[in-house]
Design a protein around this ligand. Structure first.
Ligand SMILES: *[C@@H]1O[C@H](CO)[C@@H](O)[C@H](O)[C@H]1NC(C)=O
Ligand SMILES: *[C@@H]1O[C@H](CO)[C@@H](O)[C@H](O)[C@H]1NC(C)=O
Ligand SMILES: *[C@@H]1O[C@H](CO)[C@@H](O)[C@H](O)[C@H]1NC(C)=O
Ligand SMILES: *[C@@H]1O[C@H](CO)[C@@H](O)[C@H](O)[C@H]1NC(C)=O
Ligand SMILES: *[C@@H]1O[C@H](CO)[C@@H](O)[C@H](O)[C@H]1NC(C)=O
Length: 433
């Protein structure tokens, strides 16, 4: 049974993957460079590291923070795609007569879009279902009793598909009370969406950076397209729409004619825009120490549960939120920090550490494990981000192969997050009261 269902899932995923194959231009893998709009895939295990715990080590507690799966564009992004469709629609005559390069020949037949907005897509459903099945197989000795989801449709639906994979079909109806939600608003203190209760937090910290970088890289793409496609007069917003069309056709349909219309360098410039957005609004480029203060709520929760001596902590927490949840937590932990910080005027350094493509793709999963090795072994903690171990470099002593460290060491190293919290002096000074 288990083998069969896994086979079905892999076959379905293979179908999605092969549908996406025509996007590859030479050996360039477009789907791996669409930033936080990339479809889920496991991250690469760093060389010299392993995901396999040594014999005799047993995981006794797990905390999952999963991002919702692939979704349609946000309404604001859909506007750029609609604008592109209109501009192309106005130029059908000129485009039909033109001699187009092979990568843009699809424009002869016209380009229209049926993309919705905001909600989970079919590949998004599959990503979360697969995560649920894999979780059940990875921790057969631990049983979750419920889920917690941010109260937004795509997050709720993601949690539901995960639960179907993990618990099975009957669970939802029988255990409605075990499906908990937490509001994503300005009144609810939440480690899943901490920005809501921080008055001074502003999306424009990231968005302004994307506008600045867009003014650097979008005009040169518009210039190139306008040279080879006559009559359209691509604006920079049309180019932005075409880049979104690549990412979101892929997110919704598993395939897009637009991806191959860009060079790998152009896609990498778009990828940098997405890194700048997330780093600026939910990461290290927020005014110091806002990112650490906001993400600290998650770290505090993690420690509260993993060190709980009252016997009230659950062995398994299954929680569903956003890329922002994960990026803020990473920021509080000091992981994937860039020195010097990412710059909105470029260049897009290939060596940068903050990488939304591998860290927070759709359906990203941040998995924390508490484990012990041998009888009476001290509790250890490790982080698997999209199935790859992340060295907990803030600890005094980190295991080189597992990336793990002693839980006590981790607590000590994250004292600022553990000791501070919502509404205290540090929070108020950072966020305003
Ligand atoms: C398309 O043509 C219509 C009618 O001429 C015009 O109003 C509209 O602005 C054009 N749209 C674009 C995106 O060029
Ligand atoms: C519902 O939850 C209870 C308590 O966690 C559990 O014992 C029971 O097995 C669950 N039912 C299903 C169908 O999973
Ligand atoms: C974003 O840019 C606008 C226009 O330049 C500016 O007024 C605003 O203060 C900026 N916001 C942030 C958070 O940097
Ligand atoms: C953990 O312990 C504290 C008391 O130290 C308690 O208030 C809290 O509710 C416990 N449970 C969890 C799940 O953190
Ligand atoms: C922070 O602000 C809140 C809301 O105004 C207030 O209740 C709280 O006492 C403040 N905390 C400190 C430490 O001043």
């Amino acid at each position: 049974m288990m083998k069969l269902s896994l086979w079905l899932v892999s076959a379905a995923l293979a179908a999605v993957a092969s549908a996406a194959a025509p996007e590859a231009r030479g050996s360039f893998d477009y789907a791996a460079h669409l930033g936080n709009l990339s479809p889920y895939r496991s991250a690469a295990v760093p060389s010299g590291m392993t995901t396999t715990l040594p014999d005799g080590c047993v995981v006794d507690q797990v905390m999952l923070a999963a991002r919702h799966g692939s979704r349609y564009p946000l309404s604001s992004e859909l506007t750029s795609i609609t604008g592109l469709v209109q501009a192309l629609g106005n130029a059908t005559g000129a485009v039909a007569k033109a001699r187009l390069p092979a990568d843009l020949a699809f424009l002869k037949a016209g380009y229209t879009s049926t993309l919705g907005h905001d909600d989970l897509t079919a590949p998004g459903r599959l990503q979360l279902f697969q995560h649920g099945v894999e979780f059940a197989l990875a921790y057969p000795h631990l049983r979750a009793t419920g889920v917690l989801a941010g109260n937004q449709d795509r997050v709720l639906e993601s949690a539901q598909w995960f639960a179907q994979g993990y618990f099975g079909r009957g669970w939802g109806a029988m255990n409605a009370s075990a499906f908990a939600t937490i509001n994503e608003d300005h009144a609810t203190v939440s480690w899943i969406t901490p920005t809501g209760t921080c008055k001074k937090w502003d999306y424009n910290y990231g968005n302004n950076a994307t506008i600045e970088w867009g003014s650097v890289y979008l005009p040169r793409i518009a210039k190139r397209l306008n040279k080879v496609v006559p009559g359209v007069g691509f604006t920079t917003d049309n180019v932005h729409g075409a880049l979104y069309a690549c990412a979101y056709d892929l997110a919704a349909h598993g395939v897009s004619p637009w991806c191959g219309a860009f060079t790998p360098a152009e896609i990498k410039d778009f990828e940098y825009e997405l890194d700048l957005l997330m780093d600026g609004a939910f990461g290290y480029n927020l005014p110091t120490p806002m990112g650490a203060v906001l993400g600290g709520l998650y770290v505090q929760k993690l420690v509260e549960r993993f060190t709980n001596e009252t016997g009230t902590a659950s062995p398994m927490y299954l929680e569903f939120g956003h890329d922002t949840t994960i990026d803020l937590a990473l920021t509080a932990l000091g992981l994937f920090a860039d020195k010097p910080p990412l710059s909105a005027s470029g260049p897009a350094r290939a060596s940068r550490k903050f990488r939304t493509s591998s860290q927070v793709p759709f359906a990203a999963k941040m998995v924390w494990e508490r484990f012990a090795c041998g009888a009476g072994g001290a509790p250890q903690i490790r982080l698997l981000l999209n199935d790859a171990p992340v060295p907990l470099a803030m600890c005094a002593k980190t295991d080189k192969r597992l990336g793990s460290c002693a839980l006590a060491d981790f607590v000590h190293a994250n004292a600022a997050s553990v000791e501070h919290g919502w509404g205290d002096a540090r929070w108020n000074a950072t966020c305003g009261m």
